[in-house]
Design a protein around this ligand. Structure first.
Ligand code: NAD
Length: 436
């Protein structure tokens, strides 16, 4: 797979040959979304799980070719785009090799499993001049675009605080399973890929990979990545400069090692952000994402946004009265509170976001522009999430980050956690590409 396999420039009405890797929860959605687009040929499907491969091929249609090994699929020079919907531990390797094979990539979020992977992915995308769109599809939601524009224009005044929440109660969890051999229908070796070799059990596989550090960053990178993406995009920042995260697996006894409870504070230039994640207690339902400014706040999620104005008051009227002030104390006035801005509500739709995100990717394949959720954006979002998990795994130690140098400041142990080893042969495959 060399530069010789680069695709020619596509015209606006040229058809695009798309190959899919992974036909799971989100892989199915992508097949549906790409199939609905004009000028797309559903050309190939790669799956490590045989029944899913068959289902995916059926959905793609009679012209799609099936693969168990994505490297074989990449040898197909007709393919111009690859959609990576595998667990997180495969995202970087599959994206890098697709770029090297001259293919554009739509890769799911979180873009990476550890920070340095993002640097390698950016290097590969730029070296091979590929379009890489990350699956943070909320950016394509029209109400997210309108809402973030209002934030940038100052409608909320100065945004000083952002609150993020993902809470639910899934006690007792998804169960505990004995180790055994993988079912013959799953190619477990292919599924594991660059991740550490571990004995198979039911949770180390389809969907439940999310509960293990080996393949995922837990809900911080799964759900938190969507929130943090909107925060960094709206606020025009690359990364936090200080992150502190505490929590643990406090309730769930089911298989897995990522936390079920996690509280994180991010210090960004000019504002603070916090993320509450709970898997075993919903609590009072807070807004998924709330931007708090000194003139208004905005609650925004996939269903829409709502702006609630702050009230302008006489500060003297905010002072408690009790029995009133003695001489010389604060005197209240009869100034009436007035809203700083107008309240506003805007609906949104999840379906529309997925569809528009795919369209943006296909448009960029033709224009060769950077997509709305470019590989650099995906790296920056994942970095914020990984820094939080590094802090958590170091017992809540604050981690300082230099976003220009992309380095942890003054903490060797934390810095060492920016990288993990790949299992053979993927360590060698990566090294041969000399991406840094
Ligand atoms: N953007 C979103 O809203 C959204 C929603 C859900 C999931 N996701 C992301 O999508 C990714 C997949 O999540 P999921 O819930 O669909 O997982 P899943 O386990 O349901 O599906 C992943 C599929 O990838 C296949 N796979 C694994 N290794 C493979 C290999 N080497 N070759 C071919 N196929 C392989 C598995 O067999 C499985 O069918 C995750 O990174 C997740 O964070 C994003």
């Amino acid at each position: 797979m060399t530069a010789a396999s680069y695709q020619r420039i596509l015209g606006a009405n040229d058809r695009v040959q798309v190959g899919f890797i992974g036909y799971g929860l989100i892989g199915r959605q992508h097949v549906y979304d790409f199939k609905n687009q004009k000028y797309v040929d559903m050309a190939a499907m790669c799956e490590a799980h045989q029944p899913r491969l068959e289902e995916g091929l059926k959905e793609c249609g009679p012209n799609a070719k099936g693969y168990r090994d994505f490297r074989k699929m990449y040898e197909n020079k007709d393919l111009q785009a690859i959609v990576v919907s595998t667990p997180d531990h495969w995202h970087a390797m599959m994206t890098i090799l697709a770029c090297a094979a001259g293919k554009d990539v739509y890769v799911e979020k979180p873009m990476t499993l550890f920070i340095d992977e993002g640097k390698w992915m950016i290097a590969a995308a730029r070296r091979y001049k590929r379009v890489v769109q990350v699956g943070t599809q909320q950016r394509s939601g029209l109400h997210y675009q309108k809402g973030t524009k209002l934030i940038r224009e100052g409608y909320l005044g100065k945004v000083i605080d952002v609150r993020m929440n993902s809470t639910r109660n899934i006690t007792p969890g998804f169960g505990s399973f004995a180790e055994g051999t993988a079912p013959s229908e799953l190619d477990y070796e292919a599924w594991l890929g660059p991740a550490p070799k571990r004995p198979y059990h039911q949770m180390r596989g389809l969907y439940h990979f999310r509960w293990f550090w080996d393949y995922s960053g837990g809900q911080m990178t799964n759900l938190g990545a969507h929130h943090i993406d909107i925060v960094q995009w709206a606020m025009g920042v690359k990364a936090p400069n200080l992150v502190t995260s505490v929590g643990g697996r406090l309730v769930l006894r089911s298989d897995g090692d990522v936390p079920d409870t996690q509280e994180t504070v991010f210090q960004y230039p000019g504002f603070v952000a916090s993320y509450s994640m709970r898997e075993a207690a919903t609590g009072r339902r807070g807004a998924g994402l709330e931007f708090i400014g000194n003139k208004a706040s905005m609650v925004i999620d996939r269903g829409g946004f709502e702006i609630l104005p702050e009230l302008k008051i006489d500060p003297n009227n905010a002072v408690p009265q009790f029995k009133g002030h003695s001489s010389g104390g604060v005197q209240r006035s009869d100034t009436k509170p007035t809203p700083y801005t107008q309240a506003m509500k805007e609906p949104g739709s999840s379906e529309q976001q997925f569809d528009l995100h795919v369209r943006n990717f296909l448009d960029c394949m033709k224009s060769r522009q950077r997509p709305i959720a470019d590989v650099e954006d995906g790296h920056q979002v994942a970095t914020a999430c990984h820094l939080a998990n590094i802090s958590l795994r170091l017992g809540g130690r604050s981690v300082r980050w230099d976003s220009d140098k992309e380095q942890v400041v003054g903490d060797r142990e934390a810095a060492a956690m920016m990288r993990r080893p790949y299992r053979a042969p993927w360590d060698k495959v990566l090294a041969e590409l000399k991406l840094g």
